[in-house]
Design a protein around this ligand. Structure first.
Ligand code: HPA
Ligand code: ZN
Length: 341
């Protein structure tokens, strides 16, 4: 007999490719770290008030505030270890996660301190939870391309093997991707992989630019691709991957009903785009990877499709092809077994 959908979702092997370290911190840890470093959080009657975001800009204000409380290597170790542990408890086996160096540099934290703590947290999570992970420093697009070049210099100057690529995040609508073409070309020439947030609160054109000018084969969010049928067809043909985050759409996009028949993620999946399922900022959105898969199940996708979306997470991962095909065979077998006859 087939297992319940919740058990199915939890037991299948999964990859997570769109997770921000600072947005993954659970509320009690935020409170403890703020206290430790004397950072004043806004006075709220209930913690939930701190986590109510009408749009991406409001979300990012709280994200920056939370980031201020992460100061020393022990803090970075702790938040990394906790985030990966939670992801592993939902059945994630492989995670590529973002962090926001500029949100900490501003407060005098050295890039080497961030790396020291994060890498140690990754190693300990692998040892204790058998979850493999890689790291993606992301540039805050609101700071502009000149700061982007400085960011890239910093990333290239201190480059452990675990740092495999770069991302571009923060508010996309006023800060489209095209000014970052040169920075992205330099990153790719240096052997870094690239991804960018596009089509989250910005237009489909930003998805087109992220692919055509920035050289991305993977797009973070990408929802507004549904407004441009020709681009949608192109993405399907080219096998562009999308790292979708259902709960995020409730805060930062026009699609605020996950069960609506016209929800962007549902339309992307039904059209046959290579979507993956992720949490984005699980601490701030109070979600986890299993809940996000269940949201997608609620859109009408069955076990076979959920299994494919999980495999897409591996296909889109920045692992070498030999490792990927070996793991893909193993995961496919496990998913088929979990799906039942
Ligand atoms: N969009 C842009 N920037 C972000 C996000 C997001 O969803 N999460 C954390 N930083
Ligand atoms: Zn994101």
């Amino acid at each position: 007999m087939a297992v319940e959908i919740e058990s199915f979702v939890r037991m299948i092997p999964k990859a997570e490719l769109h997770l921000h370290l600072e947005g993954a911190i659970a509320a009690p840890t935020v409170v403890e770290l703020a206290r430790k470093h004397g950072v004043t959080l806004p006075i709220v009657r209930e913690v939930s008030e701190l986590y109510d975001f009408p749009n991406l800009g409001a979300f990012l204000k709280v994200y920056d505030l939370i980031s201020q409380s992460v100061r020393d290597a022990a803090d970075f170790h702790r938040i990394t270890y906790e985030a990966l542990g939670r992801s592993a408890s939902c059945g994630a086996r492989y995670v590529e996660f973002f962090f926001s160096p500029q949100a900490h540099l501003e407060f005098g934290v050295a890039y080497s301190t961030m790396l020291e703590g994060i890498l140690a947290g990754m190693r300990d999570a692998e040892r204790d939870h058998r979850i493999l992970s890689r790291l993606i420093p992301a540039h805050n697009r609101e700071l502009g391309p000149a700061k982007g070049e400085e960011f890239l210099d910093m990333v290239l100057a201190d480059r452990p093997d675990e740092v495999i690529g770069i991302g571009l995040d923060y508010n996309e609508l006023p800060y489209p991707p095209d000014p970052y073409a040169a920075m992205y070309a330099r990153a790719r020439a240096a052997g870094l992989r690239v991804t960018a947030h596009a089509g989250e609160n910005g237009p489909a054109e930003n998805v087109r630019t992220a692919i055509g000018s920035l050289g991305c084969r993977r797009i973070d969010h990408g929802y507004h691709v549904v407004d441009d049928p020709a681009l949608m067809a192109l993405c399907r043909e080219d096998g562009i991957f999308f790292t979708c985050c259902p709960t995020t759409t409730l805060f930062t996009t026009p699609w605020r009903d996950l069960t609506a028949s016209d929800h962007a993620i549902r339309r992307m999946g039904e059209f046959g785009l290579a979507i993956t399922i992720n949490t984005d900022d699980p601490g701030m959105f109070r979600t986890d990877l299993a809940a996000e898969y269940l949201h997608v199940a609620g859109m009408g996708f069955g076990r076979d499709e959920l299994g494919e979306f999980a495999l897409n997470g591996l296909r889109a991962a920045w692992l070498d092809d030999v490792t990927k095909s070996a793991v893909l065979a193993d995961w496919s077998a496990q998913i088929a077994l979990a799906a039942g006859p």
